[in-house]
Design a protein around this ligand. Structure first.
Ligand code: SF4
Length: 170
């Protein structure tokens, strides 16, 4: 790792990268792309050592509350976070100033432990979510029953009968 003194911490869309670079090593990660102009190895994490102070100053100056969002130039819970605790400190500042937080992190191991190789990844809240989904479909006349959607497989319509199936029930 190496440290830097940053000039600012929040982007125009309230995104925040406390670190630049990452040690999780996901093969699909596009943050290594040259288009992001990182002038150091991706695994040599750049630590913005004044980030918590910059964040506090920025939040104090904001007139309206909003969501603060973690950026994609790092994962907020990289291995270094265990020692440095910058993410933790910033979350405490965000909470103290009454802002909201949207955080994206790497939950790979948790998902593996929970779902293993399941074909379906069901929410604990599935019955409640399905109830809302079905109500909304009914309200907007959207066909969502598998039986109805796949009914076309059971007969071959003549050219005269055939008509393009629609998502919307009319
Ligand atoms: S956790 Fe995110 S930033 Fe880190 S390597 Fe994976 S995709 Fe890239």
């Amino acid at each position: 790792m190496h440290e830097t003194t940053a000039k600012g911490i929040l982007s125009a869309q309230n995104g925040m990268n406390l670190y630049r670079g990452c040690t999780h090593g996901c093969i699909y990660c596009d943050s290594r792309s040259r288009c992001y102009q990182m002038d150091h190895d991706f695994e040599d994490i750049e630590v913005k050592k004044n980030a918590p102070k910059l964040l506090e100053d920025a939040l104090r100056r904001k007139r309206n509350k909003c969501m603060i969002i973690t950026g994609s130039m790092c994962d907020p819970y990289i291995h270094l976070e265990e020692k440095l605790r910058y993410t933790r400190r910033c979350l405490e500042i965000i909470l103290a100033y009454g802002f909201g937080m949207a955080i994206q992190t790497n939950l790979k191991q948790r998902y593996i432990n929970r779902y293993e190789n399941s074909y379906e990844v069901m929410s604990d809240n599935n019955p409640g979510l399905m109830r809302i989904f079905l109500q909304e479909c009914e309200k907007h006349h959207i066909v969502c029953s598998n039986e109805r959607l796949f009914s076309y497989r059971h007969k071959l319509e003549s050219r005269d009968e055939a008509r393009q199936i629609s998502l919307f029930d009319r």
